[in-house]
Design a protein around this ligand. Structure first.
Ligand SMILES: [Zn+2]
Length: 148
């Protein structure tokens, strides 16, 4: 009876080693949670963004963890930004400070005089006379009877 083949390290096959193993996944998720973008976090771990994307499509648990980390990282990035009109519009912050800043900026824009009306065209059409050309109307067209 032949002895069954055993692997030297359990769980490790003979194929190519993983580019993005569990310790790297943990480090990546830590970077994303800290507020790095997905590209920056992948570069910090030393892999390509596409490798991460591949693992999100093949590993649902990693995808879930990545999405959670992504939301936390986005919140961390917004925490660094000041409370002003930009944060009101793009960050959706409705704190009193952002609301006041957005309201006063909007009121200032509306109080500005409107730009002058453009009743004259900006660029008048340029007419370049052609040399040696009969400029009388319809002189270059054949008579209608000759056409039909
Ligand atoms: Zn705010």
């Amino acid at each position: 009876m032949t002895r069954p083949r055993t692997r030297p390290v359990p769980g490790r096959g003979r194929g190519r080693p993983l580019l993005f193993d569990d310790t790297q996944k943990k480090a990546y998720l830590k970077h994303v949670t800290a507020g790095l973008t997905l590209n920056e976090a992948a570069a910090a771990v030393g892999i390509d963004r596409r490798t991460v994307n591949h693992h999100t499509t093949t590993d649902p648990r990693f995808r879930e963890a990545r999405d959670t980390a992504k939301a936390a990282g986005r919140a961390a990035r917004w925490d660094d930004k000041p409370h002003n009109e930009y944060r009101y519009i793009h960050g959706g912050c409705r704190c009193p400070q952002c609301t006041t800043a957005a309201s006063s900026a909007r009121a200032a824009r509306r109080a500005e005089p409107p730009p002058p009306a453009a009743d004259t065209p900006r660029h008048a059409p340029t007419v370049i006379p052609l040399p040696n050309r009969d400029i009388r109307p319809d002189q270059h067209l054949p008579p209608l009877a000759a056409v039909s």
